[in-house]
Design a protein around this ligand. Structure first.
Ligand code: PMP
Ligand code: PLP
Length: 473
């Protein structure tokens, strides 16, 4: 890693679960040896690459820069059977078993990029590839929590994470939130008064464009949360798939196409304008940062990367050895080629800026329509990242006390022809997730549907809410 003058990470192994403290790399792997040495190595159950039927792989990539289609040659990615292509490994290497930490050129790019964007504050950090954040969440949590343990989470959170905690019999402890995400005082209070036999060791959070609330933690909020985590010696699992979807400030009245001014504005902002990550504040090495290509390339590539102290990555690699091994070499190879050779750092930044412009435009159009058609019917905070608008629904004096009001609203919405996600499945606070709670929320994702559909969707939602006020269907 970089940064010779930086301190090394603190040793958090005391808060690993006992099984993980003892967990060793497979003894078998260590006799497999260095494939480049003169050893005649017959140890591995490894097929010969001459038996791999894929000889070449080509992929066409959309050119960067909107409005220039047709003028520029399309970027083509080529991977060859036995020859490296610039930075990227040959197909024979990509398709062969690897060491479990990921394709080298893929990890090298992400290591370089992490240094540029997050500038970690300790020296012995690294990255390994992941099959996306869902898988990485489960693995990261399993280092610190086993059945019967508890994990601190935002009161509203990603159901995939809740599912993974439930499968491991790890209990979520809800921490209050406001428009800026997790509340540090609430976190401190819970940790200070925690008297249970199983100590709290880990905190899971989504700091940017949070799912479902859309909340983004400010720099000050991140500092406060980090210092509470330090005080109570918590590992932080930073699940940040929307980090690169931070949006330009909200402005109304955009024209019907992505505004060129905004593009230019985003261009200058570049990576420096992003809110610093928790990783970038992490002087101890207590953050395990999870990044995913799902929202910035495509979700079913099933690829991401994990950044953490190297001794923690070693543990995750051991978990990979008995599960995924690593993401598909073809996928990693294509991403590596795209990032290293076709785009480079500049092209990748350019791509991210274009994405931010697309989502800024969508957010602006959506919020503008919510203002127009739902005034008085919903309350919300304009999201500054991601793809979600979280709306508190005003169901009227009748509706707010009627336990069937929310199911009725969903029924009305179905009849009117619009659907959004109800808040309930995202809530891990059993004291407030009952149907009689006065807090009724909907999560609208403005990422997928055609922008022209925002207006009819919100007119329909208004109709469905108003029907509740009068309590007729
Ligand atoms: N099961 C057995 C019996 C094996 O021999 C091997 C490969 N050595 C595996 C599983 C691993 O298979 P995969 O590469 O599909 O994960
Ligand atoms: N974490 C959060 C907070 C998400 O919102 C999502 C996607 O919906 C994921 C993780 C899943 O990411 P991946 O596709 O990388 O598994």
């Amino acid at each position: 890693s970089t940064g010779d003058s930086l301190p090394t990470a603190k040793d958090l192994s005391a808060i690993f679960v006992p099984a993980m403290r003892a967990h060793k790399k497979s003894a078998f792997k260590s006799v497999m040896g260095d494939p480049t040495s003169a050893m005649i190595n017959m140890a591995g159950g490894v097929p010969h690459p001459d038996t791999f039927p894929i000889l070449q792989l080509q992929a066409k990539v959309k050119p960067l820069g909107s409005g220039n289609e047709g003028k520029r040659p399309r970027d083509t990615i080529v991977l060859n059977k036995s020859q490296r292509c610039q930075s990227t490994e040959s197909l024979d290497e990509l398709l062969q078993y690897g060491a479990g930490c990921g394709v080298e050129s893929y990890c090298n790019f992400l290591q370089k990029y992490t240094q540029l964007v997050h500038r970690p504050k300790y020296s012995d950090w690294g990255v390994i590839s992941s099959c996306g954040n869902t898988d990485a969440i489960g693995k990261a949590v399993s280092l610190f929590c086993e059945a019967g343990d508890s994990i601190l989470v935002e009161k509203w959170t990603f159901p995939g994470a809740l599912g993974s905690f439930a499968a491991a019999k790890v209990l979520p402890v809800p921490v209050d939130m406001d428009g800026e995400g997790m509340d540090p005082d609430s976190l401190d209070r819970i940790c200070t008064s925690w008297g249970e036999a199983h100590p709290l060791r880990a905190l899971y959070l989504v700091p940017t464009g949070q799912n479902p609330t859309g909340a983004t933690m400010s720099f000050e909020r991140r500092q406060k949360i980090y210092s509470v985590a330090r005080k109570h010696n918590l590992a932080i699992i930073e699940d940040d798939p929307y980090y690169f979807l931070q949006l330009a400030p909200y402005s109304i009245g955009e024209s019907s196409s992505i505004n060129k001014v905004m593009m230019a504005e985003l261009d200058v902002q570049q990576a420096d304008a992003l809110v610093p990550s928790l990783l970038s504040l992490d002087v101890d090495g207590r953050v395990i940062r999870l990044d995913s290509f799902s929202k910035v390339l495509a979700p079913n590539l099933r690829c991401g990367w994990i950044t953490a102290p190297t001794y923690i990555l070693d543990k995750l690699q051991i978990l990979n050895e008995s599960t995924i091994l690593q993401p598909s070499g073809l996928t990693q190879g294509v991403i590596s080629k795209l990032l290293n050779d076709t785009w480079g750092i500049d092209g990748w930044n350019r791509h991210l800026c274009e994405l931010r412009a697309v989502y800024t435009y969508r957010r602006n159009m959506f919020v503008c329509m919510v203002d127009r058609y739902l005034s008085g019917l919903v309350e919300y905070v304009v999201p500054s990242a991601g793809m979600f608008l979280w709306m508190k629904i005003n169901l009227g004096s009748e509706g707010s006390t009627n336990s069937s009001a929310m199911p009725q609203l969903l029924e009305n919405m179905k009849k009117c022809g619009v659907m959004m996600a109800p808040g309930m499945p995202f809530c891990c606070d059993t004291s407030s997730n009952s149907a009689t709670s006065p807090e009724h929320y909907l999560r609208a994702a403005f990422a997928l549907v055609d922008v022209n559909m925002f207006e009819p969707a919100l007119k329909r939602l208004a109709q469905a809410i108003i029907a509740i006020h009068g309590i007729q269907p």
